[in-house]
Design a protein around this ligand. Structure first.
Ligand SMILES: Cc1cc2nc3c(=O)[nH]c(=O)nc-3n(C[C@H](O)[C@H](O)[C@H](O)COP(=O)(O)OP(=O)(O)OC[C@H]3O[C@@H](n4cnc5c(N)ncnc54)[C@H](O)[C@@H]3O)c2cc1C
Length: 419
């Protein structure tokens, strides 16, 4: 038997990331002492909450940005394979937790839902066809179906085909084995299990405001407890900043070299939501389109059947909004406070390099509900204003950093891991 020294671990934030890391660590090293500090009164209330994200179990079954068109016209599917494999690992992990009775009732957080890609216009139809030809010979995508036939499309996506009068060519692919994931419920289940059986301390109403490295290389975090009105100091061998949008300001406090020349730009998401059962019941899949030319993958429009709080609804979006806060429950000073002498040039360079994106973001932010409805009508031609309500979803803080390959001020559209 191995006899490794016991470690002290602090996880900052109780979203899906800390819940997952805490659960993994607890399985692998049950003797380690884990503490979680969460600013709010409950786990999974920020981006991981079910109303704050689109609930896509990203497995590259419908997201067109994971297959990249090369200059010679060929399609690079390596990213799609990688994403697919990662999602299989997530499902195996959740399956293990269910089998081990660590969490119950998986239907509360994962449900089968066909994943469809839908495009219109000659160029996009041509792209989708070549994408299908590149993916379908691979074992993981062999069940993918492709069609340009309006009758088949009406069978797959009746709501989207109704009242469609345009003569433009259209096409879609479909994979039955997609999923809708309630990340909020999954977070709560994992955190409940950690708190319950494993007696891991999850301290709510507790905001980490500073992180310092001590002489012996351990870490000290300063925690403000909003209920007790106290300030506590806790030490740990390892600290994980799983604070979502709040991660960059905390990373900057650590003063590690990786915390320099890095900044973030907050983008809030909005969805149009429909809860009219007559409409909801006509759409039983998740349909991803193609992002507008020159814009990043997060602008990809999609129409999702969701199951939240025991009720089915449709979500369309996300649309981008702007506000200076890094978290939904953040402060108006977040953005300003994150600008430091060491990252101001990084942020300015990113602005200068991404003028089309800035133009697109400004247009998005200024768009009214009727502009957003116009965008919805490219998916659901007969959509009526009164059936759809605009809601505010979660915040993303797009990481901007200097990289060796691409120079100063590069916007990172995926998740960044800094260690
Ligand atoms: C509009 C939108 C749609 C999305 N759609 C999808 C999707 O379809 N599929 C998908 O896989 N992902 C999607 N995402 C991304 C996904 O939601 C996030 O990657 C994920 O929720 C991040 O989890 P997290 O634990 O890092 O952060 P969060 O869930 O935001 O959790 C961070 C936690 O840290 C706490 N915190 C912050 N600062 C402090 C502090 N100083 N001290 C203590 N606690 C603190 C917060 O209160 C919060 O509880 C979407 C995101 C958005 C915004």
């Amino acid at each position: 038997m191995h006899n490794k020294p016991k470690k002290e671990v602090i996880l900052i934030g109780a979203g899906i990331m800390s819940a997952t890391l805490g659960t993994l660590l607890n399985k692998l090293e049950p003797s380690w002492n884990i503490k979680v500090f969460e600013k709010l009164d409950q786990a999974g209330k920020e981006s991981s909450n079910e109303w704050n994200n689109a609930g896509t179990g990203h497995a590259a079954l419908c997201e067109l940005n994971y297959t990249v068109e090369q200059p010679d016209g060929s399609i690079d599917s390596s990213k799609a394979v990688e994403i697919y494999e990662q999602f299989q690992l997530s499902k195996q992990f959740w399956g293990h937790l269910v089998e081990a009775n660590d969490i119950e009732n998986p239907q509360d957080f994962i449900r089968p839902l066909p994943h469809i890609s839908f495009v219109y216009g000659e160029n996009h139809v041509d792209f989708l066809k070549r994408r299908y030809q590149s993916l379908s010979p691979l074992p993981m995508f062999e069940a993918m179906k492709y069609t340009e036939d309006p009758e088949k499309l009406t069978e797959w996506i009746p709501l989207m085909m109704k009242n469609r009068t345009s003569e433009e060519p259209i096409a879609a692919t479909k994979v039955e084995a997609g999923t809708d994931v309630n990340f909020g419920e999954l977070t709560r289940k994992m955190i409940d299990h950690l708190e319950g059986e494993n007696a891991i301390a999850v301290q709510y109403h507790s905001t980490v405001t500073d992180i310092k490295r001590l002489a012996d290389h351990s870490w000290e975090v300063r925690v403000v407890n909003a209920v007790e009105g106290t300030i506590e100091h806790h030490t740990a061998d390892v600290v994980f900043i799983g604070a979502g949008g709040g991660a960059i300001p905390l990373l900057q406090k650590t003063n590690i070299p990786e915390s320099k020349h890095i900044g973030g730009f907050p983008i809030s998401g909005e969805f149009l939501v429909c809860q009219n059962p007559d409409i909801v019941n006509q759409h039983t899949s998740k349909v991803y389109g193609k992002e507008p030319d020159g814009t990043p993958p997060m602008t990809v429009p999609h129409l999702d059947r969701r199951y939240i709080d025991g009720q089915s609804s449709l979500l369309f979006g996300p649309f981008a909004g702007f506000g200076p806060k890094f978290l939904k429950k953040g402060s108006n000073m977040d953005l300003l406070g994150s600008i430091k002498p060491n990252n101001v040039m990084t942020l300015l360079s990113a602005g200068a390099k991404n003028l089309p994106l800035i133009k697109y973001s400004i247009e998005q932010v200024l768009a009214t509900k009727s502009k957003r409805m116009e965008s919805l009508r490219t998916f659901v031609p007969g959509a009526k204003d009164e059936d759809w309500e605009l809601i505010t979803a979660g915040k993303r803080v797009q990481v901007i950093k200097d990289t060796d390959d691409s120079g100063r001020g590069v916007i990172q559209f995926g998740t960044e891991i800094v260690h």
